[in-house]
Design a protein around this ligand. Structure first.
Ligand code: BGC
Length: 761
């Protein structure tokens, strides 16, 4: 293909090259017939194919396609194989609908549960998000259809989404906000990456050379094309220099002209344009190889959507009422039981092939024995209506069980705006309290894309099911879980907090004056709650089952190992209950001692295993260099340090079942970081620095005691411990105090010490 591309480029005029780098319509690239360059069609994503029938329309009239569960639900399955299968199904629909590239997955980190678009993203944890995305991409691309990994990067809020400037330090960027992209790019090679709208540290996503070229293309080896988010480009020439190969949507005549003029006037080197053309042609030709137009099996995909939804639904609370036992009279309450709330608002909105009616699906699950009554409970417009509550209470008190289906209204959650709070509506909270006051068997079924707070009402309930925006087959999936046809096995990919004020970004969100400061740094999600020792409603990784699991016999492949070799942990998991079930084993790493502060634990591996009652399986999870490393901004690289690490094997982040301690030897030969500003403490902590400086230090300590006093006020001191005080001064500053006794200037003396350190290290 390389030769084909080069020979096409050689024949292209400047005008043709520039035209290729802008869309021809909102959803297609520019074809150049006489050169054999076909057009390429892209469509949203990420949990279904939103193929707009007429590519000149932005929104109107998309063709029917399967609406699979949204990313929050997908991630809660922790089932990478299932996500791969879903990716393949999406690709089949792309092929049928003549789509070359699906615009997804989205891997932005859930910095706060207030994010309006969190339903489209996977997790608060970069490792989990990265694994999910890699599986999704591999699944789609295995069928010859492309993906677009989005929104690169730090697009973590909807407030001022096109312009907000995210202020993020380098370590936080590398450890929290980039790794999911990095994993997906390195492991799954997405055909395209979509740049974000917002600014990062002052630069727009579309003009951020460091993100797009230095990191994505050069450091991670991304070979596909970078496409702008729709309307993210401000200055086409600057964006091309910064690495945006394809601007969307089109047509954009002025932008094409700007590129032509920039090349003619020498502002833009033609080699930069050629590089973008090369990347675009690589993907366009690759896409064309997949013949389009076959039909897809809508019924099979609906069934798959149901399977994924059932695995992603998380059972949060159960006093034993679930699974239901075909009770005689079930009061079904809540609009969401009749009108499924299965997807979110915005660009991901799918025109579904069919939609399960949750109420009818319940009836199918218990066909003969049960009477199902229904009352609305609340109205669509989220207003308060006591009459609806009163009639629901009446139904509930006459029944054996009350099932409350509650959906968060669109006004509270969608692409385009952030959530105002984490609450259900006043009507819904009042409804839960009133119903659970008269009916002790009250089960709550939630449809939302991100956590809601529950402390006001959860105690009165018998069970709570987080059913997410569960895709078009979610109604059936809920019935499967409620009646025990499927044993719940979903676990939370994000923490459910007790209160909004407890959440890590709460005092730095959504920012002001055009800027949002990620002041909580690397302490996002459970990393934050762990370090604060703060209670939460439900921790990361949590989810109940209708069976129980035991963890025994944990082992490590080596108790002492080199970072580059990594190691493998194993544990035996036994199903100790009476029904078959699936367990998600989570592996966290805790660094006992590090130069820079680290979170108490970080997820570095997981596995999902299916077990029959009484069955035991050995689960193994590999841990590589990166499982133990952290990003050190001083060295500007991922580093490991010699020392002990605890490997925590758990059923959730708050339910650690086994611990293994291992000893790591770093193979890194890191440069010395001492410089003119390094403090006395820095020098004494650096082995070479200490060796070089020690003789001077001994002498100096005595003289400094004399200058600053011994510490006690009554001995003439100024009431401080002199050495502690000195530890925080730079050597240069300390030398200033002794300048009279020095044969050279303080700067020269520090420089000569630095030169010795350099020589010896
Ligand atoms: C969204 C993208 C989407 C694109 C095309 C943008 O507003 O941020 O996620 O793919 O529109 O619809």
């Amino acid at each position: 293909m390389f030769d084909q591309i080069e020979s096409v480029i050689a024949k292209m005029t400047l005008e043709e090259k520039a035209a290729l780098c802008s869309g021809a319509s909102p959803w297609t690239t520019t074809p150049i017939e006489h050169l054999g360059i076909p057009e390429m069609t892209v469509s949203d994503g990420p949990h279904g194919v939103r193929r707009v029938a007429n590519v000149n329309d932005f929104v109107a009239g998309s063709l029917p396609a399967t609406c699979f569960p949204t990313a929050s639900c997908m991630a809660s399955t922790w089932n990478v194989d299932l996500i791969y299968t879903m990716g393949q199904a999406l690709a089949e629909e792309c092929i049928a609908l003549k789509v070359d590239v699906i615009l997804g997955p989205g891997v932005n980190i859930k910095r706060t549960p207030l994010g309006g678009r969190n339903f489209e993203y996977y997790s608060e944890d970069p490792y989990l998000a990265g694994q999910m995305a890699a599986s999704f991409i591999t699944g789609v691309q295995s069928k010859g259809v492309g993906t677009s990994l989005k929104h690169y990067a730090t697009n973590n809020q909807e407030s001022q989404r096109m312009t907000i400037n995210a202020i993020i330090d380098e370590r936080t960027l590398r450890e929290i906000y980039l790794p999911a992209f990095e994993t997906a790019v390195k492991k799954a090679k997405p055909w395209t990456v979509m740049c974000a709208y917002n600014k990062l540290n002052g630069k727009y996503g579309s003009e951020n050379h460091k993100l797009l070229v230095d990191i994505l293309k050069n450091e991670w080896g991304f070979e596909g094309l970078v496409v702008s988010d729709w309307g993210a480009v401000h200055d086409r020439v600057e964006s091309m220099k910064a690495g945006v190969d394809l601007e969307m949507p089109g047509p954009r005549e002025r932008r094409v002209k700007a590129v032509i003029e920039a090349v003619r006037s020498g502002i833009l080197d033609e080699s930069v344009l050629n590089e973008s053309v090369r990347r675009i042609l690589g993907i366009v030709f690759k896409a064309a190889k997949t013949e389009k137009g076959r039909s897809f099996d809508a019924a099979a995909h609906h069934a798959l959507a149901r399977q994924i939804a059932a695995e992603g639904i998380v059972l949060l609370k159960n006093n034993g009422i679930l699974p239901l036992k075909e009770q005689k009279h079930v009061a079904v309450i809540g609009l969401a039981a009749k009108e499924a709330h299965f997807q979110g608002g915005g660009s991901s909105h799918i025109n579904p092939t069919q939609v399960d009616n949750p109420f009818l699906e319940l009836q199918k699950a218990a066909p003969d024995t049960t009477k199902f009554s229904f009352s609305d409970g609340y109205s669509e417009d989220a207003s308060f209506n006591q009459d609806l509550i009163d009639s629901a209470v009446k139904e509930a008190s006459a029944a054996d069980v009350a099932l409350l289906y509650l959906a968060l209204p669109e006004s509270k959650e969608s692409e385009g705006y952030d959530r105002p709070d984490l609450d259900l509506t006043l009507q819904q909270v009042t409804l839960i309290k009133a119903v659970s006051a008269v009916q002790q068997n009250t089960v709550i079924i939630l449809n939302n894309g991100a956590p809601v707070v529950m402390s006001e009402w959860i105690d009165g309930t018998a069970a709570v099911l987080e059913a997410w925006m569960m895709g078009q087959a979610g109604g059936g999936a809920i019935a499967d879980i409620l009646y025990g046809k499927v044993n719940p096995s979903g676990k939370l990919a994000e923490t459910f907090p007790l209160r909004l004020v407890d959440t890590p970004a709460s005092i730095n969100f959504p920012g002001e004056n055009g800027e949002v400061r990620y002041g909580e740094g690397i302490f996002i999600g459970y990393r934050y709650y762990d370090v604060k020792e703060a209670p939460v409603q439900f921790p990361f990784g949590y989810g109940l089952s209708y069976t129980t699991f035991n963890y025994t016999n944990s082992k490590v492949s080596a108790s002492s190992f080199k970072d580059v070799d990594g190691l493998t942990i194993s544990v035996d998991v036994t199903n100790t209950g009476k029904v078959a079930g699936k367990e998600i084993v989570q592996v966290f790493v805790h660094d006992r001692k590090s130069k820079l502060v680290r979170p108490p634990k970080e997820l570095k591996g997981f596995a999902k295993v299916e077990l029959q009652p009484g069955e035991t399986k050995t689960v193994t999870v590999p841990l590589d260099f990166r499982a133990f490393a952290y990003f050190h901004p001083g060295y500007n690289q991922w580093i490991t340090e010699d020392g002990e690490f605890d490997i925590l094997i758990g059923a959730s982040s708050n339910d650690i079942r086994c611990v293994q301690t291992v000893s790591l030897q770093s193979t890194l030969n890191l440069p010395c970081l001492l410089n003119r500003e390094s403090t006395l403490r820095d020098w004494l902590e650096d082995p070479t620095g200490k060796r070089v400086f020690e003789p001077i230090y001994q002498q100096m300590a005595k003289q400094m005691q004399a200058t600053f006093g011994a510490g006690e006020e009554d001995e003439g001191g100024i009431g401080m411990e002199t050495m502690n005080f000195l530890m925080e001064l730079s050597l240069r500053d300390i030398f200033y105090f002794q300048e009279a006794n020095l044969s050279m200037s303080p700067e020269d003396l520090v420089d000569s010490l630095l030169a010795q350190v350099k020589q010896q290290s």
